[in-house]
Design a protein around this ligand. Structure first.
Ligand code: ATP
Length: 306
């Protein structure tokens, strides 16, 4: 029996390792949301990022031909600037970020970076130039150090440490019993949405891409967490061309331009104060969110008094 149990144990071990490997690959694809339909053109060249200016020119797109999602979207994110996309749920905000990353090809129009159409460059070079902080970060079933280092695998321990600090998650990690060696993910420590997002920010700080996509979490965060995340995001987006998919309007106040998307078109655009003065869709969203935040805070105070 002994003779048999060793190989069986070994098979069990190999099986678990393979399964783990598959889970990681699955998660990676989820993380990248990769659709295999997009391929490099023959002779595609690497993207040459000079300033990192993004342009959407009359972009039309649908997942399903019967249901157009974007119906002629044009905007620019000048190099180093921040543009925020807001709008009702399902308006197509995240779709815009997926098109920049070229998860899908558009039906007509163009998406360019420094004048180069994203369909003409290699996907590898395109994705190397763009850092993505997604809504829901998928962590690998590995140590937290591994998860941060994923941004740039040759980063030193010190660099990992520093990135975690800049992302406002360093202190939290060091307070864990096993620090940076703590296992996270399915089989380890479960991190909150805000903590996972800060791990993603730390990764992005290590990657240091010229272009950034921030897809904000929809979920409500408490004020302290939100402020920490905001500080981390401000740091990572400084001097980088940044597209923010905004769900919480508090983060768009300082954007260079806000684009209000509705029913596949740009309904309003401008800076925060201008849009408030227009008293349209953005102003209404702003009021609604302020009321919701006030109600939440009141509820919290009532609970604390109990
Ligand atoms: P939210 O604020 O709720 O995140 P959003 O504005 O980011 O919404 P998108 O995620 O861009 O919206 O989705 C726009 C529309 O496209 C939605 O109606 C959605 O159901 C649809 N959609 C998104 N992804 C796919 C997909 N892979 N296949 C088909 N339809 C999709």
């Amino acid at each position: 029996l002994m003779q048999l149990s060793v190989p069986l144990n070994f098979i069990g071990f190999v099986y678990r390792e393979i399964r783990q490997g598959l889970t990681d690959i699955e998660q990676m694809f989820e993380l990248l949301d990769v659709e295999p339909e997009v391929t490099d053109k023959p002779g595609a060249r690497p993207l040459q990022v000079r300033q990192g200016a993004i342009r959407f020119e009359d972009v039309h797109f649908s997942y399903d031909p019967a249901r157009p999602i974007l119906k002629g979207i044009s905007f620019e994110v000048p190099a180093g600037r921040t543009v925020a996309i807001v709008g009702p749920s399902g308006a197509g905000k995240s779709t815009i970020s997926r098109l920049l990353y070229r998860f899908y090809d558009i039906k007509s129009g163009a998406v360019t970076i420094d004048g180069q159409d994203v369909r003409d460059v290699t996907q590898k070079s395109l994705r190397a130039a763009i850092g993505m902080v997604p809504q829901d970060t998928v962590l690998f079933n590995d140590t937290i150090a591994y998860n941060v280092r994923y941004g740039r695998i040759d980063a030193t321990d010190q660099e990992v440490d520093k990135a975690a600090d800049l992302a406002q998650i360093g202190e939290f990690i060091r307070a864990l019993p096993e620090g940076f060696d703590s296992m996270v993910g399915e089989r380890g420590l479960k991190l909150s949405g805000g903590e996972k997002q800060r791990v993603a920010i730390a990764r992005t700080i290590l990657k240091a891409p010229p272009i950034l996509i921030l897809d904000e979490a929809t979920s409500a965060l408490d004020t302290a967490t939100e402020q920490e995340i905001q500080a981390a995001l401000d740091f990572v987006s400084k001097g980088r061309t940044t597209l923010v998919i905004a769900h919480r309007l508090s983060t768009v106040v300082s954007a260079d331009e806000i684009i209000v998307l509705k029913d596949g078109v740009i309904a309003e655009r401008g800076r925060h104060a201008e849009l408030l003065a227009q008293n349209g869709l953005y102003a209404a969203m702003w009021d609604r969110q302020r009321e919701a935040t006030a109600a939440e805070e009141q509820l919290k105070r009532m609970r604390e008094e109990d």
